[in-house]
Design a protein around this ligand. Structure first.
Ligand code: SF4
Ligand code: SF4
Length: 165
């Protein structure tokens, strides 16, 4: 445990630098810092409704908004913020730089989502979300090691999901 849980709230801390994450760890303002995640007390956990790692993209995510509006300037900002050149060595092109989320079957996969090892792992196991995975607590994926508080949050979701099952 990296810190004591307080009222089921988890502050996702960390730096975007060098992290192979997507919208998953970006806060409402497109920042990694200070994004508070809260377990829904009054509704059951549905793995199908969550992204593969357990996150839910905020509707005001900069990358999502840029893609929905097909806004080149906003896409440029997201491209820089998500460090797509550094991580994937892909040049900016407004036609190919977009993100419609992790589970949007009606849209093409964005570059970051396409490269996510957690997403690929969950799909390869035939699951809908890491909360269904028995290996979650031991999983060594970079997402968890870089964001231990987020992992803690997902593990709490897993416990709740199992209690409900
Ligand atoms: S599974 Fe990967 S692509 Fe999907 S939200 Fe989580 S970090 Fe992003
Ligand atoms: S091993 Fe399990 S917890 Fe880890 S990424 Fe794959 S599905 Fe998720």
């Amino acid at each position: 445990m990296t810190k004591k849980l307080k009222r089921r709230e988890f502050l996702v801390k960390g730096s975007c630098a060098g992290i192979a994450c997507c919208a998953a760890l970006m806060g409402p303002k497109g920042l990694c810092f200070g994004n508070t995640l809260q377990l829904p007390d009054d509704e059951p956990i549905d793995p199908k409704a969550l992204n593969y790692c357990g996150y839910q993209c905020p509707s005001d995510c900069k990358f999502l908004q840029a893609s929905l509006k097909n806004d080149t300037e906003l896409k440029k900002e997201a491209y820089q913020l998500w460090k797509i050149k550094e991580k994937y060595n892909i040049d900016f092109d407004p036609e190919t730089i977009f993100c419609f989320g992790c589970k949007n079957e009606e849209k093409p996969l964005g570059v970051v989502v396409k490269h996510c090892p957690v997403r690929q792992c969950v799909i390869s196991k035939g699951l809908d979300c890491c909360i269904e995975c028995n290996e979650l607590s031991e999983c060594k994926k970079e997402l968890w090691s870089q964001f231990p508080d987020f992992k803690q949050y997902v593990m709490e979701m897993q416990k709740k999901y199992r209690r409900e099952g």
